[in-house]
Design a protein around this ligand. Structure first.
Ligand SMILES: Cc1cc2nc3c(=O)[nH]c(=O)nc-3n(C[C@H](O)[C@H](O)[C@H](O)COP(=O)(O)O)c2cc1C
Length: 442
């Protein structure tokens, strides 16, 4: 990953069409609704103008339930609808030259052979600008679309993920970079001594190989991962180029970074091999008055029910009847007793970030609209980025998304924040090369 200490930027486009953001004043105006590529193509051009490394699409291939039914989710568009992100990334690559794309596929439900072949193929089509966000899925409604009654056990998912990434590694290594001949005179297409079977046999997968793809521009797509449990950190330390993480405060970021350093070293890599992109919801404003005004508009565009429905999905407790008037602490105590919540890291966050009087309704609204410190003038935002970046090892950067609507929120970031980052020498002014990997290495 990053060999220098520059700040890298990735734009999070996962939920810009949902969670009330689509109806934030000015958002999506004059664009066809979600599904059409128009807004995304404009965003791709804008982000490239701002020298972003990439655009990110998270993915959960399921419809969140609330109290056991999809009704509220669908009615209020809570992280729904959600299309497979890969086709949109390919369309966006067609109107850009340097911007990279991060798309997601579950390691819990998909097969590594299919993922390796798909991402190698997309690496060709995007001319080396694809990254794979390898996730260990924790949402029960996704499990139910893939033949499971509920989310499989956490450690089982991580064992499968470990083997999944091992197979991916072997498949990408099964065709040497100089294997292709395409010799018109002899008719030979590839050198067979440079293409090998992998004959992998493990607990979860049996794959003969080789990968039936010509070596792609990046050799292997950039690999990204999120997962803060001990098993998640171990996996990222071993296999990830970049990790997504949530920046609570600088001491916690530094502690997280230290754990990742230890995991990388334990896997025989160096800490510089694994960068972190800290997720940040920003709002670029001219001062406190505009910040208050924006927050009020945001609250107005979010229906009351929405926070709770999303929280229930995020926690992975969609069959459990969340009572809006009950306190977070009582609710979590009951969830622990019932053992119905698989996403413990998020549930534990909620306990840490609430007191014994905070109700579920209050917490969910706060959580969805919280001012997590990234609201400010361009200079204030850059000050904070600089402090957080250097306070946490200066190895990676930020994955940013506006709290308000699009494309306006990103336009302000590109036109007002990026120039300050560049002026201070914190961010590059030009791309280093055509592939995503090359750009991340500077
Ligand atoms: C910034 C960020 C992005 C994530 N994107 C996805 C995603 O697209 N799909 C998904 O199923 N999980 C996603 N996750 C969840 C993680 O993959 C992981 O399952 C979760 O953090 C719990 O892992 P842990 O038990 O190791 O802490 C994301 C997490 C973070 C922090």
């Amino acid at each position: 990953m990053a060999q220098s200490e520059l700040i890298h930027l990735v734009a999070d486009l996962s939920l810009i069409h949902t969670l009330g953001k689509w109806r934030y004043p000015g958002s999506w105006n004059s664009y066809a609704p979600y599904g059409s590529p128009d807004l995304y193509l404009d965003l791709a051009r804008l982000l490239e103008h701002g020298r972003f490394d990439g655009a990110f699409f998270a993915d959960v291939a399921g419809t969140p339930l609330f109290n056991g039914a999809p009704d509220d989710t669908v009615e209020w568009g809570v992280a729904w609808p959600r299309h497979d992100p890969l086709p949109m990334a390919i369309a966006m690559a067609g109107v850009t030259k340097h911007l990279g794309f991060v798309t997601t596929m579950s390691m819990t439900y998909h097969h590594p052979f299919n993922v390796a072949r798909l991402f190698a193929s997309v690496d060709h089509v995007t001319r080396g600008r694809i990254a794979y966000n390898a996730v260990v899925s924790g949402f029960p409604q996704e499990a139910q679309n893939f033949g499971y009654d509920t989310t499989p056990d956490h450690e089982w998912r991580y064992r499968r993920a470990e083997e999944f990434l091992e197979v991916l590694d072997k498949l990408y290594g099964s065709v040497d970079p100089d294997a292709m001949l395409w010799d018109r005179e002899t008719g030979r297409v590839a050198d067979p001594t440079k293409v090998r079977r992998i004959d992998h046999v493990g607990e979860h997968f049996k794959v003969m190989g080789p990968l039936p793809c010509a070596p792609s521009p990046q050799g292997r797509p950039v690999q990204i991962q999120a997962g803060a449990s001990a098993s998640g950190m171990k996996l990222a330390g071993r296999y990830a180029d970049l990790q997504f993480a949530i920046p609570y405060d600088i001491p916690k970021m530094a502690a997280h970074r230290q754990k990742l350093d230890d995991a990388a070293i334990a896997a025989g890599r160096t800490p510089r091999d694994v960068g972190v992109l800290w997720s940040a919801r920003f709002d670029v404003v001219s001062g406190p008055e505009e910040a208050r005004h924006n927050r009020a508009m945001l609250l107005q565009s979010i229906p009351e029910q929405m926070g709770m429905v999303f929280l229930s999905q995020w926690w992975g407790v969609d069959g459990y009847r969340l009572d809006p008037q009950r306190t977070v602490h009582d609710t979590v105590a009951e969830i622990k007793e019932l053992g119905v919540g698989p996403n413990w890291s998020y549930i534990d966050d909620a306990v840490r970030n609430s007191d014994d009087k905070t109700t579920i309704a209050e917490y969910s609204q706060q959580w969805l609209t919280s001012d997590d410190g990234w609201t400010g003038t361009p200079t204030e935002i850059v000050d904070k980025m600089e402090e957080a970046h250097f306070g946490s090892g200066a190895n990676g950067g930020f994955m940013v998304v506006p709290k308000t609507g699009v494309p306006g929120g990103f336009a302000r970031f590109v036109h007002e924040v990026v120039p300050v980052l560049q002026y201070r020498g914190l961010m590059r002014k030009e791309y280093a090369g055509p592939t995503m990997r090359e750009n991340l290495l500077v």
